[in-house]
Design a protein around this ligand. Structure first.
Ligand SMILES: Cc1cc2nc3c(=O)[nH]c(=O)nc-3n(C[C@H](O)[C@H](O)[C@H](O)COP(=O)(O)O)c2cc1C
Length: 181
């Protein structure tokens, strides 16, 4: 199974690798695949038993390679089941980490008329020292208005790994069912 991810700062890659590790522990071979480096063909996607995507947000939008991936998926005649995760900082707030409660994930699903078998929003990582001047300024402003940390030395990984584990467990269930187990 491929765990496709779109990442700039590495948190979605880390989440995809974590999911792959949890699946491997259950005897399901899974490989994280960077959509920016190695996007699949439509044929390959169509042949998958389960399509898994972990897509991060930057300035209100999923990364372009993530959006292209979703467009390809929605163009399939008989799409396989989809497991979709959005990674963003809004999801650090309780209630904003679900398909209904997370504005980015909700929109992605609605705009593309997706019917994911599993969908979750995972909180990402805040890493001010890593950001350039303008990005740092913009994120500090967003944190100011959403009640988050504004100290420019702050580094916080908000990802709740138990939620990622639960997501991986659902994938294992679905892929077991697909195999007729
Ligand atoms: C330049 C920039 C813009 C961002 N814009 C948003 C945003 O609009 N909404 C949000 O919830 N999080 C936003 N984030 C937070 C990222 O989604 C979060 O840091 C995530 O972990 C990034 O994933 P990645 O490490 O896989 O690239 C932004 C982060 C950066 C660096």
């Amino acid at each position: 199974m491929q765990i496709y991810y779109a990442s700039r700062d590495g948190q979605s890659r880390k989440i995809a690798a974590h999911i792959a590790g949890r699946l491997a522990a259950r005897g399901i071979a899974a490989t994280p695949v960077d959509l920016a480096a190695d996007p699949p063909s439509a044929e390959k996607l169509a042949a998958a038993k389960l399509v898994v995507a972990v897509l991060s947000i930057r300035y209100g939008k999923h990364l372009p390679e993530g959006l292209q991936f979703v467009e390809m998926f929605r163009s399939l005649d008989r799409p396989p089941p989809l497991a979709l995760a959005s990674v963003n900082l809004t999801a650090r707030k309780p209630g904003k980490d679900t398909a209904e409660g997370n504005v980015y994930l909700r929109k992605l699903i609605a705009v593309n008329e997706l019917k994911p078998a599993v969908a979750a929003a995972f909180a990402g990582r805040l890493d001010y020292p890593r950001y350039g001047f303008l990005d740092k300024l913009a994120i500090r402003f967003i944190m100011l208005i959403t009640g988050g940390p504004t100290d420019p030395s702050t580094v916080v990984e908000y990802t709740q790994w138990d939620r990622v584990d639960a997501f991986a467990a659902k994938l294992a269930e679905i892929s077991g069912a697909e195999k007729g187990e």
